[in-house]
Ligand binder design. Structure first.
Ligand code: PLP
Length: 401
């Protein structure tokens, strides 16, 4: 039984994050049990038959579903305000499985150009291989989305804030544009997390997560999720998931379900620290440009206020040259150099040489991924210690110029 099933009142997100999806076994354990089992057994041959033909509810095989994976799925759906959710083995398996199960050969899909590196590869290389046409547009310009629509456009895809330049796209506006054309909108919400922004409530049809990021939040395991209506997920997504096997491990599902219990505390604290740090970074002489959605100087600050509960945990800033960016990274003592994000540990990245290497130089230039750009994922260390570390490293970068 889930919280949603038995409570007649609207429960808050924080309550659902702790209680949602929890089903106790007959031992009455407090913490969620881990069902590390690949298969299930049946009392009788008739029961097995009934389970397989869908007359009797229950699990048959963990590639199809598993009690621990269900806890994670139900909990995330309740936090997001989505009808239904499926867990996947990684964020990219959620992206690929979501796209390929929603699309058919001959369909056309439009995506905002500012995307996570592997998403770009899917749109530019893999989808066209299966006869799916793709167009990349400047996602911040509604006229470009409109102009790219074709009779066979079935899906629009975007990421907001984008990785790593934190560009924002008005989810409601693009959802309305998609729906007026009979198409669906899919949003990669990994950077925001469901604590900062809930695209389904803003009109998106399909939402994907890399649960590896804020949902785990402590750098332990990979995972992903797709959320949408029960109708779409059961008719399109579930058959693909079952028969092609991008399943989430029950152990990882358990880690992620426990991660959801603390996600609001973690993300809210990191976002509060990030706002303080963004202001300090913006004021430093080594910084050409600082990007953070809740800074007044952000080019789409009005969209941030409209659809985000906070500015999130990521800050991007341009130090002018690769040498200055490297001097900054190498001078850090508390913050680690890493390509991950959404972690308890603050992490700094140089996208051009790491996460966005696979993106063509021309596309990097168009989306503002410059040689001097640094992406900072703000964790849970004290704002004072992080501030000291960052200012000292920016001073080192200022000497390079
Ligand atoms: C990390 C990330 C992904 C990929 O997720 P994995 O769990 O690493 O497969 C997809 N989209 C965004 C925005 C990400 O940050």
């Amino acid at each position: 039984m889930t919280v949603a099933d038995f409570d007649p009142f609207e429960l808050d997100r924080e309550t659902r994050a702790v209680r949602g999806g929890h089903v106790r076994s007959n031992f009455g354990e407090n913490a969620e049990a881990i069902f590390l089992t690949s298969g299930f057994v049946y009392e009788t041959a008739e029961a097995a038959e009934a389970r397989f033909n869908g007359e009797q509810p229950g699990y048959v095989y963990s590639r199809y579903g598993n009690p621990t994976i269900s806890v994670f799925e139900k909990r995330l759906a309740e936090i997001e305000g989505a009808e239904h959710c499926y867990g996947t083995g990684s964020g990219m398996s959620a992206a690929w499985t979501g796209l390929i199960s929603a699309l058919r050969a001959g369909d056309h899909v439009i995506a905002a150009r500012a995307l996570f590196g592997s998403n770009v590869v899917i749109f530019q290389q893999f989808l066209p291989r299966f006869g799916i046409e793709t167009t990349l547009v400047d996602g911040t310009d509604p006229a470009q989305w409109q102009a790219a629509l074709r009779p066979n456009t079935k899906l629009l895809f975007l990421e907001t804030p984008s990785n790593p330049t934190l560009e924002l796209i008005d989810i409601r506006l693009i959802a309305d544009l998609a729906h007026a054309h009979g198409a669906k909108l899919m949003v990669d919400n990994a950077l925001a997390s469901p604590i900062v922004q809930r695209p389904i409530t803003l009109g998106a049809d399909i939402v994907m997560y890399s649960a590896t990021k804020h949902i785990d939040g402590q750098g332990r395991c990979l995972g992903g999720a797709i959320l949408s209506t029960k109708a779409f997920l059961e008719t399109e997504f579930q058959p693909f998931l079952r028969h092609t096997g991008p399943a989430l491990s029950p152990f990882n599902a358990w880690v992620l379900a426990k991660g959801l219990e603390t996600i609001s505390l973690r993300v809210e604290r990191s976002a509060a620290t990030a706002l303080t740090l963004a202001q300090q970074i913006e004021d430093h002489k080594a910084v050409r440009r600082a990007l953070y959605p809740f800074l007044k100087s952000h080019p789409q600050h009005d969209i941030a206020l409209k659809q985000m509960d906070s500015g999130g945990t990521l800050i991007a800033f341009d130090l002018g040259t690769r040498a200055a960016a490297f001097a900054f990274l190498n001078a850090l003592e508390v913050i680690d150099i890493s390509n991950n994000l959404g972690d308890a540990k603050s992490l700094a990245t140089h996208p051009v040489t790491t996460t966005h290497r696979a993106v063509a130089a021309e596309d990097r230039a168009r989306t503002g991924i410059t040689e001097g750009l640094v992406r900072l994922s703000v964790g849970l260390e004290s704002a004072k210690d992080l501030g000291h570390d960052i200012i000292r490293a920016l001073d080192a970068a200022a000497k390079i110029g």
